[in-house]
Design a protein around this ligand. Structure first.
Ligand code: KIV
Length: 291
């Protein structure tokens, strides 16, 4: 007989081996164990950023299995120029909103710049806040070899960690926004970084803006999943920033982004139509009025 386990809701769920991350029906949240099993099955999966409850609920209902409360909130939600100014307080508020708006997705929150660089103890204090106050299931932090001690302590303490190597936007002042891992020496460093975060216990690693061939090699080498952004088609998962993916971001978007909608046009058009109705006296009508 098939073994069923009880979900937090009390409803039985099939054993993990019977699920897929995308398209799977869940009565409980996706866990890091589900992510590990997907790598064993060779299953690819999507991840999107989210910064508020309503948008997150749309993605959750669409079956997106992992959502990242990225510190890209700095540029895409909070109006900063980079991710550098984002604070832990801001991440806690945004992460709690995303958790409240979802019931199935694994929610991963970024540790913002300055909240873990001092060392493992600072990282644990910051991550603990996001887990306890916001209710996220995992945290993400940037850096390979240079962050392995932080990752080790978080994982030992029971906090799942997604690592992030290649282009690390929190280091924009030191590295700029350039493709990483080009050339033999840089490629070897990227491979060392990937192995370092895996050995430290990370459950997955984001590869940002690295040559597709190198990302494919890292993906073959690691037993944890790779999540690509601007890293070609061979990574185990793909992540996009939602405002880029849905065409809300103004100005130029990076080459690696595929736009699936043009929300900027849709929203701008709707705002203009509303304004014209108000100015022209055609809104509200009788059906919008109360008596
Ligand atoms: O902050 C973010 O959105 C990210 C993704 C680009 C991976 O780190």
């Amino acid at each position: 007989m098939t073994q069923l386990s009880a979900a937090p809701t009390g409803e039985p769920v099939p054993p993990d081996s019977g699920r897929t991350l995308y398209g799977g029906k869940g009565t409980r949240r996706v866990t890091v164990r589900d992510i590990a099993l997907a790598k064993e099955r060779g299953e690819k999966w999507p991840m999107l950023t989210a910064y508020d409850a309503m948008t997150a609920s749309v993605f959750d209902e669409s079956g997106i299995p992992v959502m990242l409360v990225g510190d890209s909130a700095g540029n895409c939600h909070l109006g900063y120029e980079t991710t550098v100014p984002v604070t832990l307080d801001e991440m806690a508020v945004l992460s709690a909103a995303v958790v409240r708006g979802t019931s199935r997705a694994l929610i991963v929150a970024d540790l913002p710049f300055g909240s873990y660089q001092e060392g493992p103890v600072q990282a644990l204090r910051s991550a603990t806040r996001l887990v306890k106050e916001a209710g996220v299931g995992a945290v993400k932090l940037e850096g390979g070899e240079r962050s392995h001690r932080q990752i080790e302590l978080l994982v030992e303490s029971g906090i799942p960690v997604m690592a992030h190597i290649g282009l690390t936007p929190q280091s924009v002042n030191a590295m700029g926004y350039r493709v990483q891992g080009r050339g033999e020496e840089a490629a070897q460093q990227l491979l060392r970084d990937a192995k370092a975060v895996q050995d430290a216990g990370a459950f997955a690693v984001v590869l940002e803006l690295v040559p597709a061939e190198l990302a494919a090699e890292v993906t073959r080498t690691l037993h944890i999943p790779t999540v690509g952004i601007g890293a070609g088609p061979e990574t185990d998962a793909q992540v996009l920033v939602w405002t880029d993916m849905l065409g809300l971001t103004g100005g130029r978007v990076p080459k690696f982004v595929k736009q699936y909608a043009n929300l900027r046009e849709v929203m701008g058009g709707a705002a203009k139509a509303f304004a014209e109705d108000v100015v022209g006296g055609t809104f509200p009508q009788e059906e919008h009025s109360v008596h």
